[in-house]
Design a protein around this ligand. Structure first.
Ligand code: PGA
Length: 250
């Protein structure tokens, strides 16, 4: 049995005061939830606050990005070692905004996956196609390439520590959600790709869906056999919506 996970990707949102209030509301609400891993991913500057307010609660936290190595002359970047110091358990790798807005290619994403694992963080590796790629019938090829480069870089055994997230780029922040059936088809494809290398491991990997997940579409998505939770952007900034999604997964 895979335990569901709901992770809130706050992106570049939240003043200090807003982050504090959101962290407090989420930790209070999550105290009543069981059988779901609740995770928040605030911006780097709010991680100390997350550590202060979420230690000894059942909400885990992590970062949205990291850079390679432990330290170095990389102005503006943050290492996995630094994230660990602030109690981060998770880190997003390969989010579509990193791939598309910041032009992170397959090789850099693979290196970041390695860096996350080396720092003993649990990477949430994001995969997904653009609208043009879907319309050209390239969804499986694109997702397969993203996945296989990552698997080749770290080795299949290391995938024991990896959480996956399927996030069709056309559904992120657009209000367009993949239908449960569309999402399920890609999730099953991802699991089957992992199974080609390790059947037992494929069965245990959590694959989250992301892309305009809201309180009112979460249950339909979570009823699918290969959807093990959600990576939530917009709706994770509203504690009621986020907690309702967590509740639907629990
Ligand atoms: P969204 O974002 O829920 O606002 O579509 C999801 C994500 O980018 O992880």
């Amino acid at each position: 049995m895979r335990k569901p996970m709901v992770a809130g990707n706050w992106k570049m949102h939240g003043t200090r005061a807003a982050a504090k209030s959101l962290l407090e509301s989420i930790s209070q609400g999550a105290a009543k939830l069981s059988d779901v891993d609740v995770v928040v991913l605030p911006s780097f500057v709010h991680l100390a606050l997350a550590e202060e307010l979420l230690s000894h609660t059942n909400v885990a936290w992590g970062a949205q990005n990291l850079y390679l190595g432990e330290s170095g002359a990389f102005t503006g970047e943050v290492s996995g070692l630094m994230l660990k110091e602030y109690g981060c358990e998770y880190v997003l790798v390969g989010h579509s905004e990193r791939r598309h807005v910041f032009h992170e290619g397959l090789a850099l994403v693979a290196d970041k996956l390695k860096a996350a694992l080396a720092a003993n963080l649990t990477p949430i590796l994001c995969l997904g196609e653009t609208l043009a790629q879907r319309e050209n019938g390239e969804t499986e090829a694109v997702v397969a390439e993203q996945l296989t480069t990552a698997m080749a870089a770290v080795g299949i055994k290391a995938f024991e520590k990896v959480v996956l997230a399927y996030e069709p780029v056309w559904a992120i922040g657009t209000g367009l959600t993949a239908s449960p059936e569309q999402a399920q088809a890609v999730h099953a494809f991802i699991r089957q790709k992992i199974a080609q290398q390790d059947v037992a491991l494929a069965d245990t990997r959590r694959i989250l869906y992301g892309g305009s997940v809201k309180a009112d579409n979460a249950s339909g998505l979570f009823s699918m056999s290969d959807i093990d939770g959600a990576l939530v952007g917009g709706a994770s900034l509203d504690p009621k919506s986020f907690l309702a999604i967590c509740q639907a997964a629990s």
